[in-house]
Design a protein around this ligand. Structure first.
Ligand code: HEC
Length: 279
């Protein structure tokens, strides 16, 4: 009997675990992100085990030393609980609720509905009222709505992150910057590092004119970014700037250069390269 008791406890524990696990799985809660939840469930599980089976089993092992009275008082709370939850008639009183029909020798008892079932039913009605009111009267957010909200929020978060992580950009992701602050920084970088060869107004001297539509190495933000980052053709004098300037700075100065398109420098250098037409 003792072995059987422990066996039951083990099975019980496995079932509780299985249920909890599938609940977690269904709701797709990431276990690792939910330490409080794991803690809560563990405590609950331990509480259940200790309150019921294990303690009972331990008690049973000592039961031999107890008087008959002590034994009954130990089992009373459990019996009372079961009785109040199921309202079953003891077998001796079944005669009272036996119905007076027989089907192929099968007779029927007129038991009360078990309270555990009735109360679950009431609970489900209360739940249904709440559910109906929330979703159908007040038009609560359904899964699709929640999904859209989360996606919208995620987009905001990503944009926010990109703003603080400007250096993540490279030639394939760079976008033309148009904010005054970025162009102002671009101008400062240009005047400090580039004006020596391209002139302050970008009209060109050692380096080519950057204000016209003709480009040796390709126009548009992505090509200009690449040129500044990786430098011009060998021996021409345009060095790679990626070791001096951060990607964000290169994006700023590239955007600044492109903002000068169509301006008229004091002494524009003759156009070099091909007419750039944006795709
Ligand atoms: C030492 C002189 C020198 C400096 C300093 C210099 N450049 Fe240049 N730049 C050149 C030359 C020369 C070329 C032409 C490269 C070639 O023909 O391959 C050029 C080409 C370019 C081009 C490509 C133009 C085209 O027609 O495709 C861009 C854009 C450019 N430079 C931007 C910059 C920026 C931005 C800086 C500052 C961070 C800078 N350059 C600093 C000499 C310079």
């Amino acid at each position: 009997m003792k072995i059987k008791g422990y066996f039951r406890t083990a099975i019980f524990a496995i079932i509780v675990f299985a249920i909890l696990w599938s609940l977690l799985d269904l709701s797709m809660i990431d276990l690792v992100d939910q330490p409080l939840l794991i803690l809560g469930f563990s405590i609950l599980l331990i509480a259940i085990l200790f309150n019921g089976k294990i303690v009972n089993n331990l008690r049973n092992t000592r039961a031999d030393n107890l008087t008959a009275d002590q034994k009954t008082s130990q089992n009373d709370w459990y019996k009372n609980l079961m009785k109040s939850l199921t309202k079953t008639k003891p077998i001796e009183e079944e005669e009272d609720i036996l119905m007076n029909h027989t089907y192929d020798g099968i007779r029927e008892l007129d038991n009360d509905l078990p309270p555990w079932w009735v109360y679950s039913f009431y609970l489900s009605i209360i739940f249904a009222i709440g559910y109906l009111t929330y979703y159908h009267v007040f038009d609560g957010d359904d899964q699709v709505e929640l999904f859209n909200q989360e996606m919208a929020q995620a987009k905001i978060d990503v944009d926010e992150y990109k703003k603080t992580a400007k250096n993540l950009i490279d030639a394939s992701t760079v976008e033309l910057l148009t904010e005054a602050g970025d162009l102002e920084s671009g101008k400062t970088i240009f005047n400090m590092n580039c004006a020596a060869c391209h002139l302050m107004d970008a009209g060109g001297s050692i380096g080519p004119n950057l204000t016209d539509e003709y480009w040796l190495l390709g126009g548009g933000i992505k090509n200009v970014f690449t040129t500044i980052s990786d430098g011009g053709r060998d021996g021409k004098g345009m060095i790679p700037w990626k070791s001096t300037l951060s990607p964000a700075e290169i994006a700023q100065v590239a955007s600044y250069i492109l903002s000068l398109q169509g301006t008229t420098p004091a002494k524009p250098k003759a156009a070099e390269g091909d007419l750039w037409v944006a795709e």
